[in-house]
Design a protein around this ligand. Structure first.
Ligand code: SF4
Length: 460
């Protein structure tokens, strides 16, 4: 049924002891940092509600705000390109890179990961270097990110030391500051010789045409100022109406993402370098991409998913994500928001397993800084998977049997009698039960049968 076999990929992750240790340590650390950072904001819940309202309002007038954004970027001296899908966005960006000189430095961007931009650029002869440390390591390893904001979270320090030694031919350093220094030496050279800098966009302010990039390492700032050309890629949902709204999102995003009061670098870019200014690019290009978002936007229930500001907080509290890591989701978007977005982008027939990769504990919905009802969206997707005939045959047979038994009191009572008798016969841990019941009893005892039906006991 599904192109993404989450059961299989998650089993592989569960057997990976290194991944288990790294994920557990990182997720616990994230949660320890987030709690106090959010607790010190007395009106945290009010800010979440406000941000939710801004996002809903903006999505309700998306065409208006995107048009306003385009006008303001043009007025500030930038250029705007519209891309219907990932292929068109990649074509536009490779064309810009080809004309500018093909040496490309990038700052971490999930949207460029979504469209496999590096492969498109390299296929066109460009030299592409990821400059955020985690993303650079992922590029060296030939992997994809396993977390929205911490792409290399699944790797231990030892694994990173092995990777740098193998790929760069440097000694096998073991201290994090030594490993960082190795990467910095390589990356500084790439920054200085780059022709084009490519980034994503955290927020695009319609009233001013300002592109906002939030980061901790300072690489995005170098990527957007050192090369002669800056290209920013954004999904249509990244627009916000006013600079004043930014204050709220900048209070929520760092606290939800990393437990920081404010990220180390927040860049507000309005147009390219102006006459008389000493730094900044000669040309700024903004690529505004749809790539399936209009269809999500038109969906009266699932459109809410476009409010996501990619903070990663829902991943950090998800018990499933903590055990499987991001690669098990078979998509650049992982965790609860990935389990929602991927079926919307790729269809429930290909990614219908993902909405079931959740315990529905509700933690993701409670932590989300823009109040996306993630459990509700996951449930809705589950219903759509079942309605499209995507549930496994044995599950459909079980539900059909349950419906037949539970919809008539007489049948329900008779089924209860049969089940109690069967439990008495087979005992607590029968080794001979066939699959899939054998899997259940291999780790659990069956419950002892009740002495009688609850309703009979209640009557007595
Ligand atoms: S769904 Fe909410 S918590 Fe998850 S990444 Fe998006 S904004 Fe953050």
């Amino acid at each position: 049924m599904s192109g993404i076999d989450f059961v299989q990929t998650s089993e592989a992750a569960l057997r990976d002891a290194e991944l288990q240790g790294a994920m557990r340590a990182a997720m616990v650390r994230f949660r320890e940092l987030q709690r106090p950072a959010q607790a010190e904001v007395s009106d945290w819940q009010a800010l979440r509600a406000y941000a939710h309202g801004v996002k809903r309002h903006t999505l309700g007038a998306l065409a208006h705000y995107l048009t306003q954004l385009e006008s303001q970027v043009l007025a500030a001296g930038g250029r705007v390109h519209w891309a219907r899908d990932g292929a068109e966005a990649a074509e536009i960006i490779t064309g810009i890179a080809r004309a500018a000189g093909r040496r490309v430095v990038k700052s971490k961007s999930m949207t460029t990961e979504e469209i496999h931009l590096n492969a498109a650029l390299e296929g066109d002869g460009a030299q592409v270097t990821e400059t955020d440390l985690g993303e650079y390591l992922i590029q060296l390893a030939g992997e994809t990110p396993s977390h929205i904001i911490a792409p290399v979270v699944h790797k231990s320090t030892e694994a990173i030391a092995d990777l740098l030694a193998a790929k760069l031919g440097v000694p096998r350093y073991s201290e994090p500051h030594e490993l960082t220094a190795v990467a910095r030496r390589v990356l500084r050279e790439r920054f200085l010789e780059a022709d084009v800098g490519i980034t994503g966009v955290n927020f695009a302010v319609a009233e001013t045409g300002t592109l906002v990039i939030v980061e901790n390492e300072g690489n995005a700032r170098l990527v957007t100022t050192l090369p002669r050309v800056h290209v920013a890629l954004m999904g249509i949902e990244k627009v916000i109406p006013r600079l004043a709204d930014l204050a709220v999102f900048l209070t929520l995003l760092p606290r939800a993402a990393t437990g920081q009061r404010m990220s180390t670098y927040v860049s507000l870019l309005t147009g390219p370098r102006r006459p008389g200014e000493r730094d900044g690019p000669e040309a700024q290009h903004l690529v505004i991409m749809d790539n399936g978002r209009s269809a999500i936007h038109a969906d009266p229930v699932m459109g809410e998913a476009l409010s996501c500001i990619r903070c990663g907080a829902c991943l950090n509290v998800c018990p499933v994500f903590e055990r499987t890591g991001g690669h098990a989701y078979g998509s650049v978007y992982s965790g609860p928001i990935g389990a929602v977005l991927t079926p919307l982008f790729r269809g429930v027939r290909e990614a219908g397993a993902l909405p079931f990769a959740s315990s529905l504990c509700g933690a993701c919905g409670e932590i989300c800084p823009v109040k996306i009802d993630l459990p509700g969206l996951l449930l809705e997707l589950r219903a759509r998977v079942v309605a499209s005939g995507g549930a496994p045959l044995r599950e459909r047979l079980f539900i059909a049997g349950w419906t037949a038994a539970a919809s008539r009191p007489g049948r329900f009572t008779a089924a209860g009698r049969v089940l109690r008798a069967a439990l008495r016969l087979i005992g607590r841990r029968p080794a001979w039960l066939p699959f899939p019941l054998s899997k259940w009893v291999s780790t659990r005892d069956l419950p002892p049968p009740a002495r009688g039906a609850f309703r009979d006991r209640w009557r007595r």
